[in-house]
Design a protein around this ligand. Structure first.
Ligand code: SF4
Length: 313
């Protein structure tokens, strides 16, 4: 297993010029959400295909459509943050903002305008611990970001120790896109950390297309024995909005030990208008998927609302 992930994360394309050079293209333009593409991901892109589904996720695009329902913060995370660094929407679980950094900048990201200042779970841990201890209904902590795996293994270890010390927390969930876009991040230390904790661990990968799944990822993700592995995807126009692509993704995930969990409708964040598909089309695709795959391979089609709930479509 590779252990040079910090070197690899520095090996990242940033800004339009370096991307246009790398892809021999003129498609990249600098917009408000800076371009960031790790080479491990960039190398999976077919440079001769301007419609490559991985490429489309990282190219900033100024939409001609100016749809009023698209906003800077579609989920209103800030409104559900009783303590800086913690988001509490559902009774049994809280989400911690552990890092503002991501290995990649996905141009559909609903947090692309999120104001991370002050939202650092590590530096605000005492207040977060007090909050969790005073809410006994919470049994699960979700590490989110940015990407929690942009933290060093040492910082993650400290955070996990802190969480383990709260008796009523039984489940640790980690949401990370780093694992697939920089699979060298899955180090021996990280595997040990997540497989040895007393908490039940659920790892949620974020994979939108089967082409993102590299040989290194397959090899490294296989080291997470005794951990529940789930995947969430976002339904994106021009990336994965056809039956064959969604079928291949589910089958690929199952093949490597990951269960398809959620298929998210796009969160309506400004700058991502071009990724939107209609509810009718999404529901039809999901129906078709149910007809063509076994039930356990069909992710739930969901939409996060600016409410304390998730809607199942
Ligand atoms: S990795 Fe996740 S949080 Fe980071 S830009 Fe992509 S979708 Fe957003």
């Amino acid at each position: 297993m590779q252990s040079n992930w910090q070197h690899n994360t520095r090996n990242t394309l940033k800004g339009a010029n370096s991307c246009n050079d790398f892809f021999q293209s003129d498609q990249f333009k600098d917009r408000h959400f800076p371009i960031k593409i790790p080479l491990e991901f960039a190398n999976l892109i077919d440079k001769n295909n301007p419609d490559d589904p991985l490429l489309k996720q990282v190219i900033p695009f100024r939409s001609a459509q100016n749809q009023a329902e698209f906003s800077l913060s579609p989920l209103g995370d800030e409104d559900n943050s009783p303590v800086a660094g913690l988001i509490h929407k559902y009774p049994n679980r809280v989400l911690l903002i552990t890092s503002r950094v991501c290995a990649i900048h996905c141009q559909y990201c609903f947090r692309q305008n999120f104001d991370y200042s002050g939202h650092d779970a590590m530096s605000n841990w005492l207040a977060i611990e007090d909050y969790i201890r005073s809410h006994q209904s919470i049994n699960e902590v979700i590490l989110s970001g940015g990407d929690p795996l942009s933290l060093s293994d040492e910082k993650l270890a400290q955070l996990i120790r802190n969480i383990e010390n709260i008796e009523h927390i039984k489940i640790l969930r980690v949401h990370s896109r780093s694992m697939v876009v920089t699979p060298s991040r899955i180090t021996d230390k990280l595997v040990k950390l997540l497989t040895k904790t007393a908490l039940k661990v659920v790892l949620v990968t974020h994979i939108n297309h089967a082409n993102e799944v590299s040989e290194v990822f397959i090899q490294n993700i296989g080291n997470f024995t005794n951990i529940t592995l789930l995947n969430q995807s976002v339904l994106l126009k021009g990336v994965n909005d056809d039956l064959g692509t969604l079928e291949r993704l589910s089958l690929k995930l199952f093949d490597i030990g990951i269960l398809p969990y959620y298929l998210h409708m796009l969160d309506k964040v400004k700058g991502a208008e071009h990724f939107l598909i209609s509810d009718e089309r999404a529901i039809q695709l999901h129906q078709d998927l149910k007809s063509s795959l076994s039930g356990y391979l069909v992710p739930k089609l969901v939409r996060d609302e600016n409410l304390k709930s998730k809607t199942w479509i």
